[in-house]
Structure formats: C-alpha cells, structure tokens
Write a protein that binds this ligand. Structure first.
Ligand SMILES: [Zn+2]
Length: 342
C-alpha cells in the first residue's frame, strides 16, 4: 500500500560492430501508483529520433480553413448542437472558446471544446487565455451534465495535439467525456485512491508529491496551485504530471486555477517545442461522485512528431510485452523542463 519508488538496472552485453565488448544499461521502473513497469532504454536516446532534428514544417492542411468544420463560417453549419437539457442555445461559449457535442462520441456525453478561431496553432504559441476559456467551458459542460444526469460520474478532459497524437482535425481543441461506466484507468485509480485513503487516512497523490518534494530530482515548478513534475516511471515520452493536491472534484477548482493550469500547459508545450516535438496527449480525470479520494492530476506525454514517415512510439515491445520504453531519464526531463517554469 505504501508508495515505493523502485528502479532496477539491467545490462545487455553485446559486441559492437567494431569488435569491442560493451554493456548497455536498461532501467526498469515500477510506477508507485499503478505497480506497472516501464523501461528506459538509454542507448536509444543516443540516436536522433527521425524528424526531430528541427521542428517539423506545418502540416499540408495548415491553411485549409475552408475545409475545416471548426473554422467560421462552417462551424455554425457543420457541428452538432447540445440538447436543450444541457444548453438551450446548443453550444457553450466562454471568451474565445466554443463547446459543442462530438459528432463521433466515445462516451454517453462527449463534447469538443475549441480554444479559438485559429485553425493551426504551432506548439507553444497558443494564448493561455484561450486555453483557460476552453478549460472553463469543459468544466461548465461537465457540471451541467452532472446536474442533468447524476450518474455521469466519470469525467475526463483530453487533448490530441496533432494527428500523430490521434487528433482527427488539426484545428486545436479539447475533448470532454462523461460516462457512468468507468474506463480502465478510472476503474483502477478510483479503487487505488480509495484503498490508500482507507488504509492511511491520507490522499494518494498528496503523498506521492510529498515523497517527490523530498527527493527533488523530478520536481519542475509550480503554476498557481498546480505542482509540475516529471513522472517517475514514464509510460510516455517526456511524461509530465501537474498535481492539484487535496482537490478531488473539477467543481472545486477555482477559476484562477484553471488559468494557472492553462499557463502550465503552454509552458510544457514550450518545453516540448524546445525538443523539436510537435505532438502530445493530455488528460485530466475526475470521479464526480462527491466522495472520490482521487485528486486531480493532468498528464502530458509527447507522441511521435507529426511529420512524413515518422515511426510510431508503440513498437512490438510496448504492444506485445506491455512495458513502455522511453529513452531518457525522468530526472533529465525535469532538468530540461525547469527553465520553462522559472
Ligand atoms: Zn479550422
């Protein structure tokens, strides 16, 4: 039940093409929250990942605003509308953000929250206010869904930045999901946080953060109440977490803290841009049942660059053996990210 930060080094002995015998280290880490193992294959980090020599060019459809359903004037005509039970006007607007249902829902309630009218926004260049407004729109939508349909307790906000991270449309947006059925991560995290609280009387991510603060090597910085750090046992490249200690409900996040989160997300984007990476996934999960012990955590992971002929970050190793392999130490990630928070 206690949080254990375990890392083990294994060594692969090989004879190099030149004839020299060498050992190459592979680190296996156990995720203190999930118990899942992941690996850091340092030797892969010695090569340059294809298409990361520089930031890739904008995608071919970066100017194709006429074909984009999220660009005006198509938005009005081509995007679906919310039922009147959620919003009589059909869409939620907040500053520059517009929210409407997902035409291809993944959950009982699935919506899309735009940041603004800009069709292509290179990573790290978005306005924090647009992200704040979009996040606030998501929070407002989830609150309305919960009032209308109290069983919709599994609530998430996600982002696929660029098609190589799963985004089907280039126009930047967040996805919002609410369902009565838990996904795998919800099911595990809800139980884990509840069991931890039952046995220790303390909250899981608060304790994780306390441990990480003492260690210090993976701490990055703060934006308002959000604590940013590199994941100890990453299951994605350059995995960053933003923890909001002691807050378990999206409705308990003050408006200013949404602005702080937006600020942190843009800083993370700038860090990723400094690595010539243009794609990532983001996720924030909350169990809105009024008694959840699961504190709010935003996770961000870099995905393969959106560029021609880039290889996937999920190889036979990840898909078939089930251990994610990244190439650099989380402590290195934290060191690289810190300047963007100072
Ligand atoms: Zn567009």
């Amino acid at each position: 039940m206690t949080l254990q930060f375990i890392a083990k080094t294994m060594r692969a002995r090989i004879i190099q093409p030149g004839g020299a015998a060498i050992e190459r280290p592979i680190e296996m880490r156990i995720n203190p929250i999930t118990g899942r193992t992941s690996r850091i294959t340092f030797s892969r980090g010695l090569e340059t990942e294809p298409a990361t020599e520089r930031l890739p060019d904008p995608p071919p459809d970066a100017r194709a605003t006429d074909d984009c359903p999220f660009c005006p004037p198509q938005l009005e005509r081509l995007t679906p509308r919310l039922t009147s039970a959620i919003e009589a006007g059909g869409r939620l607007t907040r500053g520059t953000s517009v929210l409407f249902p997902n035409l291809f829902p993944y959950a009982a309630y699935s919506a899309v929250s735009l940041f603004d009218q800009q069709h292509y926004v290179p990573i790290g260049t978005a306005a924090p206010a647009a992200y704040r407004d979009s996040l606030l729109n998501c929070g407002d939508y989830l609150r309305r869904v919960r009032i209308h349909d109290p069983e919709m307790i599994y609530q998430a906000i996600t982002q696929n930045h660029c098609p190589s991270a799963g985004g089907s449309l280039l126009h930047p947006h967040l996805q919002v999901h609410a369902d009565r059925v838990a996904s795998n991560h919800f099911r595990f995290l809800e139980r884990r946080a509840a069991a931890y609280f039952r046995e220790t009387g303390r909250r899981l991510f608060s304790d994780y953060l306390a441990r990480e603060r003492i260690d210090g090597r993976r701490m990055i910085g703060v934006c308002g109440p959000w604590q940013w750090l590199a994941a100890f046992a990453p299951e994605g490249f350059y995995e960053l977490w933003a923890l909001l200690p002691d807050v378990t409900a999206l409705g308990d996040v003050p408006e200013t803290a949404w602005g702080d989160l937006a600020e942190g997300i843009i800083r993370a984007q700038k860090f990723y841009r400094s690595l010539n990476r243009n794609a990532y996934n983001l996720g924030l999960l909350a169990v809105a049942n009024g008694k959840s012990a699961l504190e709010l955590r935003v996770v961000m992971v870099v995905r393969p660059n959106h560029a021609p002929w880039v290889r996937s970050d999920h190889t036979g190793f990840e898909i078939m053996l089930g251990d994610m392999a990244t190439f650099n130490a989380p402590e290195e990630t934290a060191r690289g990210a810190r300047p963007f928070w100072s």
